[in-house]
Design a protein around this ligand. Structure first.
Ligand code: ADP
Length: 262
């Protein structure tokens, strides 16, 4: 993919953020220049505390940068956006509502009601995620992986153009995690979104994304932006490709470079 700036969708120019209003306090992130195009899947990796979540909050408009500008579709982000879906490490489903009602909850919360079309879309998404037969179950009856899947469906229901995922699979066991990655790709391929996906797993980053943003230790900045030129759809075979190992090794190299990660 050439010339990403030309069709940039999410753009960061000279972005920095300091939580502490004291101008002498250290920055959380600094000098971030980044262009992500529409429907691109970008993984974000970097050491703990380097500002990955901060970056996501800036895109969502929940946080306004202390320096530089974040824009979406050439418009500066100055307030919380409602075209953004967010998925965290745990789904935090409402235990007293069924799976289906949990999925529809954001609409009810936002507009006070949902339409038959909304219900149809919820059912389609549940079907696409292999959750149809669990629609009337309570969250407590579901495994952790299924609950997380419900969380993803809930984030997709408002049909956001941007999906921000903050370590969505890190609470899951390794096998469920890999399966969830493939399931997410299937949903994303049918239902394209611009995805920013934070992960601590280098192989997960390579397996899922179009590009990988490698951040340095605090103050977090862009250490590298790596193209993942692996064909799609990605499958279990992808993991065996020599190029897959080449990319994971490249990223691993940063971890062992002194003063970069730790
Ligand atoms: P990461 O997601 O990479 O672990 P974060 O974006 O959560 O990093 O945090 C980056 C830095 O900003 C850390 O040093 C963290 O302690 C600090 N930080 C994050 N959120 C806040 C906050 N609400 N108030 C003050 N400092 C914060």
């Amino acid at each position: 993919m050439k010339n990403k700036t030309a069709n940039s969708y999410v753009s960061m120019k000279g972005v920095g953020h300091r939580y502490d209003p004291n101008p002498d306090a250290p920055m959380a992130i600094e000098d971030i220049d980044l262009d992500i195009h529409r429907h691109e899947f970008v993984a974000v990796v970097g050491p703990s505390g380097c500002g990955k979540s901060t970056l996501l909050r800036l895109v969502s408009g929940l946080l306004i940068p202390s320096a530089g500008e974040v824009s979406v579709f050439n418009r500066s982000v100055t307030e919380p956006r409602d075209d953004v879906g967010i998925v965290f490490q745990t789904a935090n489903l409402l235990p007293w509502l069924t799976v289906r009602k949990n999925v529809l909850f954001p609409l009810k919360h936002k507009y006070g009601f949902y339409s038959p079309q909304d219900e149809k879309y919820a059912d389609e998404l549940l079907e696409m995620s292999g959750l149809s037969q669990f629609a009337e179950k309570m969250p407590g009856e579901l495994s952790g992986g299924m609950q997380q899947r419900v969380g993803i469906v809930r984030a997709l229901l408002l049909n956001p153009d941007i999906l921000l995922m903050d370590e969505p699979f890190s609470a899951l066991d390794a096998l469920t995690r890999e399966q969830m990655g493939f399931d997410l790709l299937k949903i994303w391929e049918k239902n394209p979104k611009t995805v920013l996906f934070i992960t601590h797993s280098i192989s997960e980053a390579v397996l899922l994304s179009d590009r990988i943003l490698v951040m340095s230790k605090r103050p977090g900045t862009v250490l590298d932006l790596i193209d993942v030129n692996l064909p799609r759809p990605r499958t279990a075979e992808t993991i065996n490709e020599a190029y897959f190992a080449e990319l994971t090794n490249k990223i691993r190299g940063y971890i062992y470079e002194p003063n970069v990660f730790v």
